[in-house]
Design a protein around this ligand. Structure first.
Ligand SMILES: *Cc1c(COP(=O)(O)O)cnc(C)c1O
Length: 390
């Protein structure tokens, strides 16, 4: 059969099925697996035979989830983690040694930034940062001990877009690995490996689950790199639970249709906000006014589910806006079927120093809106009435 499409792979990839021939993949809640005889057990542990041994290593449900993500991302292999942060931490920990150096975009997820600044230095792993709109400065940051270039695109919460092709050209020229956190785009909108990334990481908690139920993470990439990550992870135990893997594999079946509608809603809201008198500016990758619009069009299928904008009037106006929201949820999650508004300055990014906040473009009036699946007119009406109170 010829190569099938994203939507077909999402629905039809079924790695696990018992003798009962269930149509829907069952849940394999088992910590271990049994062997017919001592020779089978020996051969399995020696990896001469490919099969499930113990759920910290692999499980039919996690394997199905990983197989789907690998197909979607065009990756050779992967490993599934209990959360996005477990995926990020384990990927770095597996690949780096004391004395190594990372070059990272300045705008990365808050917890990732804390890993770089608070914990990695304990193991003599240092990080240098570049601004998302100054990729040409990366070459100056390269040291003899640099191992990895790391970035997210689009970024959180600024929805800046980084050119993955440019990043990969720099990485390849200097023998570095390029790792992309593809959480904001999902594999449906963007496949970084196509543009030269070596590894792709997801927090599956966000749009992959898409209904705000479970935490999960995944790293996919080349066979050799994934082997290192697998060996480290099966030993240290950050593995995804079979139950969460089962939920997430089901979620992937609807990712394409959810993402289509949520991105459409996001573009509608962004377009509405662009002319609004109470809004200083609005950023969305598929708005022509976005500074990296051309790059977004090149590497993304749609603009994503997050719209960022600044309300007029600073902190007080920001709080008033949030207190008047009626339909949307005030929450820190994103990619949910429910529209969520977040105030990064007082929540997710509150711990950042003033200077760091400015460096990643977080202002007091900045609102991050993750569009859900409610009717777009109801979402816009809610945001409109909250803006009118300002
Ligand atoms: C949420 C998020 C993470 C962390 O994922 P968890 O599943 O919450 O651990 C990492 N990167 C990005 C871009 C995120 O949005």
């Amino acid at each position: 059969m010829k190569k099938t499409h994203f939507e077909t792979d999402a629905v039809r990839t079924q790695s696990a099925r018992t003798q009962h021939k269930e149509h829907s993949t069952p849940l394999y809640l088992t910590s271990g697996f049994v062997f017919d005889d001592s020779e089978e057990m020996r051969a399995s542990f020696a990896e001469e035979k490919q099969r499930d041994l113990y759920s910290r290593y692999s499980n039919p449900n996690t394997s199905e989830f990983i197989d789907k993500i690998c197909k979607m991302e065009g990756a050779e292999e992967g490993y599934a983690f209990a959360s996005g942060m477990a995926a990020i931490y384990s990927t770095f920990a597996a690949l780096l040694s004391a004395g190594d150096h990372i070059i990272s975009a300045r705008s990365v997820f808050g917890a990732t930034h804390s890993l770089f600044t608070k914990y990695f230095p304990k193991w003599q792993i240092e990080t240098s940062y570049f601004k998302v709109n100054e990729l040409e400065t990366i070459t100056d940051l390269i040291q003899p001990n640099t191992k990895i270039i790391y970035a997210e695109t689009p970024t959180n919460p600024g929805v800046d877009v980084l050119d993955i092709e440019v990043l990969s050209r720099i990485a390849k020229k200097h023998g570095l690995l390029l790792i992309i956190d593809n959480c904001f785009a999902t594999p449906y909108l963007q496949q970084p490996i196509k543009f030269g990334a070596d590894l792709v990481i997801h927090s599956a908690t966000k749009l992959i689950d898409g209904q705000g139920r479970v935490l999960g993470g995944v790293t996919v990439g080349t066979k050799d790199l994934m082997r290192e990550i697998y060996l480290f992870s099966r030993l240290t135990g950050p593995s995804l639970s079979p139950f969460n893997a089962w939920v997430l594999s089901k979620s992937l079946e609807t990712l394409a249709v959810r993402a289509e509608r949520q991105c459409e809603n996001a573009l509608r809201l962004a377009t509405f906000l662009e002319g609004h008198p109470k809004v200083n500016w609005v950023k969305y990758p598929f708005l022509k006014s976005h500074p990296q619009y051309e790059i977004a069009r090149k590497q993304m299928k749609l603009g994503g589910v997050v719209v960022t904008f600044e309300v007029q009037g600073g902190v007080a106006a920001g709080q008033q806006f949030f207190d008047n929201i009626q339909l949307c949820s005030l929450s820190a999650n994103l990619g949910d079927s429910r529209t969520i508004v977040t105030h990064p300055a007082s929540t997710t990014h509150a711990k950042l120093e003033e200077e760091d906040k400015r460096a990643v473009g977080i202002t007091d009036g900045l609102v991050r809106c993750s569009l859900g699946l409610e009717h777009v007119e109801d979402i816009i009406a809610d945001i409109q009435q909250a803006l009118q109170t300002l």
